[in-house]
Design a protein around this ligand. Structure first.
Ligand code: FAD
Length: 467
C-alpha cells in the first residue's frame, strides 16, 4: 500500500514538494486555504512581491524534481546580470554580479505558481495529485500511524482527512508548525525587522514594442537599486516591458509620510526624481499611500520534523527570511531537493526526517542571517568607496584564482554545491584577506601618491577584463 501525504500550502514550495513526492509514488493531497489562483474570479493576492529573483539553487532544485517541468516553468525568466545603482543625481552605475557572466533571473511569482499548479493538474503518474483549495488547516491530531487533519472550508463546513504523514509548506505563519509545537519540543523564534515594504510600478516606456521586446524604460538586464542609507527603492523587470518596484523603509518613516499626500510627493521627488519620472508622480504617490504595507520577519526553528516521521515543515514555514538576498524561495526549493535526496537513499521516513533536521539547520540559520545583513549592503554599502574597492578586489581575485576564490554572492546565488553555512565560513576567511590587501594597497597609494594609484587602477582594469 503506497503511503499518503497531506501537503499544507499550495504556494511555490508546496507545489514543488507535491510533485516531488508524487514522482516517488506517494499519494499526494495538496491543500490551500485560498481559492484557486488560476480562476479569473480570484482577486486574492497575498501580500507578496509580484516578481522575484530565481537563481542557481532554485533552478537546480526545480530541475532535480523534473527537468521538463523546470524548462516550462522557467520559460519567461529575465536574466539580470548585475545591480544598477541609481544615485540621487540620477547617475547610474552597473555592478556586475557574476565573475563570468552569471545572472540571477526575474520571474513572475503568480505565473510561476500557476504554472506549477498546471503541472500538478496534468501530472500523470501512478497516483493523481489531489488539489484541494478553500481548505484551511486548523488542527492536526498526531497519531502513531495516521495524522488526522481538520480543515475549515467555506462551503462544506469542517472536514477531516487522515494521512500517513504531513508536510507543512504553509508559509511564515504556518499552522502546521503551530500544531507541531504542541507535540514536539520545537524551538521557535520570530523577529520582525523595522522595515516596511510597499510595491510600486514602472509602466512600459511609450516606445515599448512587445514584438521586439523593447526598448525598456531602464536596462532590463539589471536589478535596479536606488540606495539612500535609511531606505531604498528597487525594481525588477517584467516580461511585458514594465518593472515592479519595491520601496523599503522604516515603519516610522512610512507612518510619518503616508497620512499626507504632499509629504509623500515631496519625499519621493526629493529622493527618487528619476524613478518618479518613470512611474509618473501621481501614480507613485497614490500607490505609496494606498498599496498594502508589508511587514518583514524572520522565523527560525529547530527541529523541522515531528518524531516518527509524522510531519515536517519546509520553505517559509521553517525559515522565513527578509528578502534582501533573494533567497527565500530558492532556499525553500532547495529544502525539497535536500529532503528528496535523503529519501532516495533511505526509505525509513523517521530516520530521514531526523537526518534532514540535523543536516539542514546550520544552513538555514546561515541564510536567514545573510539575508538580514544584506539590507545594509543594498541600502548603504553599495555607495561606499571602501566597500566598492573591496568588492573589486574580490572580483579580481575570483577571476585570477578561478574556482579557488569565490565571492560570497557567487557562492550563494550561482553555486548550488556549496552549502550556505560553508559559504559563510569561506567568505569570513576571504574577507580577512581582502581587508589586509586593501590596507596594503591604501598604504602603498598614500606612500607613493598618484603613481601607485595609477598602477593599481590599470592592474585592476586589466584583471577585471579577464574572461
Ligand atoms: P508561501 O509563498 O507563503 O505559501 C504558503 C501557502 O500556504 C500559501 O498559498 C497560503 O495560502 C497557504 N496557507 C497558509 N496557511 C494555510 C493553512 N492554515 N491552511 C492551508 N493553506 C495555508 N524569494 C526569493 O527566492 N527571491 C526573491 O527575489 C524574493 N523576493 C521577495 C520579495 C518580497 C517583498 C518578499 C516578501 C519575499 C520575497 N521572497 C523571495 C521570499 C519568497 O516569497 C518566499 O520565500 C516564498 O514565497 C516561500 O514560499 P512558501 O511556499 O514556503 O510559502
Amino acid at each position: 500500500m503506497t503511503e499518503s501525504v497531506g501537503i499544507i500550502g499550495a504556494g511555490l514550495v508546496g507545489c514543488l514538494a507535491a510533485l516531488a513526492f508524487a514522482k516517488r509514488g506517494y499519494r499526494v493531497t495538496l491543500f490551500d486555504y485560498r481559492a484557486d489562483p488560476r480562476d479569473e474570479a480570484t482577486t486574492d493576492r497575498n501580500l507578496r512581491s509580484i516578481n522575484l529573483a530565481i537563481s542557481s539553487r532554485g533552478i537546480s532544485s526545480l530541475e532535480f524534481v523534473d527537468d521538463e517541468v523546470a524548462k516550462r516553468a522557467l520559460r519567461d525568466i529575465i536574466p539580470m546580470k548585475g545591480r544598477m545603482i541609481h544615485d540621487s543625481s540620477g547617475r547610474q552605475e552597473s555592478q556586475i554580479y557574476g565573475l563570468f557572466g552569471e545572472a540571477i533571473n526575474s520571474i513572475d511569482r503568480g505565473l510561476l505558481n500557476n504554472n506549477l499548479l498546471d503541472e500538478l493538474d496534468k501530472y500523470d503518474g501512478t497516483n493523481d495529485i489531489n488539489l484541494m483549495f478553500d481548505h484551511k488547516l486548523v488542527k492536526i491530531d498526531f497519531g502513531e500511524k495516521q495524522q488526522e487533519c481538520l480543515f475549515a472550508t467555506t462551503n462544506y463546513g469542517m472536514k477531516t482527512y487522515d494521512f500517513d504523514f504531513v508536510v507543512g509548506c504553509d508559509g511564515a505563519y504556518s499552522a502546521t508548525r503551530y500544531q507541531m509545537q504542541k507535540q514536539v519540543r520545537l524551538n521557535y523564534a520570530q523577529e520582525y525587522i523595522d522595515c516596511c515594504y510597499i510595491e510600486l510600478y514602472i509602466p512600459p516606456s511609450p516606445e515599448y514594442n512587445s514584438e521586439f521586446n523593447g526598448p525598456f524604460a531602464i536596462a532590463p538586464d539589471h536589478l535596479h537599486i536606488w540606495p539612500r542609507d535609511e531606505f531604498m527603492l528597487i525594481a525588477l523587470p517584467n516580461a511585458d516591458g514594465s518593472f515592479t518596484s519595491t520601496f523599503f523603509g522604516s515603519w516610522a518613516l512610512v507612518e510619518s509620510l503616508v497620512p499626507s499626500k504632499n509629504k509623500v510627493e515631496e519625499f519621493l521627488l526629493a529622493n527618487f526624481p528619476d524613478a518618479m519620472e518613470l512611474m509618473g508622480i501621481e501614480n507613485a504617490v497614490r500607490s505609496f499611500m494606498d498599496h498594502p504595507k508589508g511587514a518583514l520577519m524572520c522565523v527560525e526553528c529547530n527541529p523541522y520534523h515531528a518524531s516518527g516521521g509524522r510531519a515536517i515543515i519546509l520553505g517559509d514555514a521553517a525559515h522565513s527570511m527578509v528578502p534582501f538576498y533573494g533567497q527565500g524561495m530558492n532556499c525553500g526549493f532547495e529544502d525539497v531537493k535536500v529532503l528528496m535526496k535523503l529519501l532516495d537513499k533511505n526509505k525509513n521516513r523517521t530516520e530521514v526526517f531526523e537526518q534532514y533536521s540535523k543536516q539542514r539547520h546550520e544552513d538555514l540559520v546561515a541564510i536567514v542571517t545573510l539575508a538580514k545583513n544584506n539590507y545594509k549592503e543594498m541600502s548603504h554599502d553599495v555607495t561606499s568607496k571602501m566597500f566598492l574597492m573591496r568588492k573589486k578586489l574580490d572580483g579580481v581575485l575570483g577571476k585570477v584564482l578561478k574556482g579557488k576564490w569565490l565571492p560570497l554572492y557567487t557562492m550563494v546565488s550561482f553555486r548550488d554545491d556549496i552549502a550556505y553555512h560553508k559559504a559563510i565560513e569561506i567568505s569570513r576567511k576571504q574577507t580577512a584577506i581582502l581587508k589586509l590587501l586593501q590596507a596594503i594597497i591604501i598604504v602603498a597609494i598614500s606612500a607613493s601618491g598618484y603613481k601607485a594609484f595609477g598602477y593599481f587602477s590599470r592592474l585592476f582594469k586589466r584583471l577585471s577584463a579577464l574572461q
